[in-house]
Design a protein around this ligand. Structure first.
Ligand SMILES: N[C@@H](CCC(=O)N[C@@H](CS)C(=O)NCC(=O)O)C(=O)O
Length: 346
């Protein structure tokens, strides 16, 4: 019987990483089927009812939901001991796995998984809720390691390690500060050959220019969606791919920017064709090394407006800016946009 695990982009899909690690560490023979988030047919290709990844297809059995897949893998490979033997430890492990599955919203949304990202240590701005999430993760790591003696949370690798693995990547990518004990565990997970294979696959996706978001179908519905849109938007600018940015804009879009006045003589750009002409010209003036980095997003669901706060970095110099984009909820395309710029920093 073949086992097929359907996952999203390995660079970004935190939920996919969890069961993939369980399958890999359990030594089961399985196929990884990667479905690109920027494939307009993504949803049709996902087996299972929620149209989200991961999904495990085990013959007639289709298991969706990451934690349920980890459970299924633990049942298929009892010798891998993905849950602790001891009943009280197992109860604890199950509680921690569920806590991750159902919580840590602030940390998850402010530091969305991107295995290619490398922020300098201690600089990534976090809200108070996200800081509390990091502190809770740190406590979990220290308590578990103190009790088990490591190197994994319950001694040997198990479902709980898989559930917390995306947090480990976030600590690394966003330079989040954790205690020495937690840091040792982060390094243990980073060094796992399976983890390294996953990260390498994510890096290959970056090199191929795979994006996070198709933009073909819908306006961002929640913070996670908004962040996905923003990351894809920044990626497209960093690739200097005007077509990919424009794909999200309606034919009748009105876009306002002080830079447009510098380039075209008018701060207001009307229509997609004009916008394409403006951005193509603007790109020629953009220094080759300038990079767009998303800092935060805010989504106002009532007005369908997404604000992307980002930094345009050029060596040691940077400018903070906001892109305020209003979507038509029926088409999922931007109908109104405005770019706001701060002073130069650095
Ligand atoms: N609760 C689900 C969450 C799955 C989930 O949100 N998957 C994301 C990717 S990490 C997804 O498929 N997004 C695509 C979409 O929403 O269209 C689980 O634990 O498996």
């Amino acid at each position: 019987m073949t086992l097929d695990l359907f996952v999203g982009n390995q660079r970004y899909s935190s939920w996919s990483l969890r069961p993939w690690l369980c399958l890999s560490e359990a030594g089961l023979d399985f196929q990884t089927v990667v479905l690109r988030f920027d494939d307009p047919q993504f949803r049709e290709k996902v087996p299972g009812p929620t149209k989200k990844v991961p999904v495990l297809v085990d013959g007639d059995v289709v298991v969706h939901e990451s934690l349920a897949i980890c459970e299924h893998v633990a049942d298929l490979a009892p010798a891998a001991r993905l849950w602790p033997e001891d009943l009280s430890m197992r109860g604890r492990a199950r509680a921690l796995a569920s806590e991750m599955h159902a919580g840590f919203f602030a940390l998850r949304s402010e530091c969305s998984m991107d295995v290619c990202r490398e922020e300098p240590p201690g600089r990534w701005p976090l809200s108070a809720s996200a800081k509390a999430d990091v502190a809770r993760v740190d406590t979990i790591f220290q308590e578990c390691l103190g009790r088990s003696g490591g190197p994994f949370l319950f001694g040997s690798f198990g479902v709980v390690d898989a559930m917390y693995a995306p947090v480990v990547t976030r600590i690394l990518s966003y330079g989040l500060e954790v205690s020495q004990g937690a840091r040792a565990y982060v390094e243990t997970v980073r060094a796992m050959p399976s983890m390294q294979r996953w990260v390498e696959a994510g890096q290959r996706e970056r090199d191929l220019g795979w994006s996070h978001y198709s933009g073909s179908s819908r306006a961002p519905r929640d913070h996670e969606d908004g962040m996905a849109f923003a990351l894809a938007w920044a990626d497209a600018w960093n690739r200097r791919d005007v077509d990919a940015v424009l794909a999200h804009f309606a034919d009748a879009v009105v876009f306002t920017s002080p830079k447009a006045r510098e380039v075209t003589g008018d701060a207001v750009v009307r229509g997609r064709t004009q916008l394409e002409a403006y951005w193509t010209q603007a790109l020629q003036r953009l220094p080759a090394e300038q990079r767009f980095e998303v800092e935060r997003v805010e989504l106002d669901g009532e007005s369908n407006t997404l604000t992307i706060r980002h930094v345009r970095r050029e060596g040691a110099r940077w400018t903070r800016a906001c892109e305020v984009l209003t979507f038509d909820p029926r088409t999922g395309l931007v109908v109104e946009g405005e770019a706001l710029y701060g002073g130069n920093g650095g």
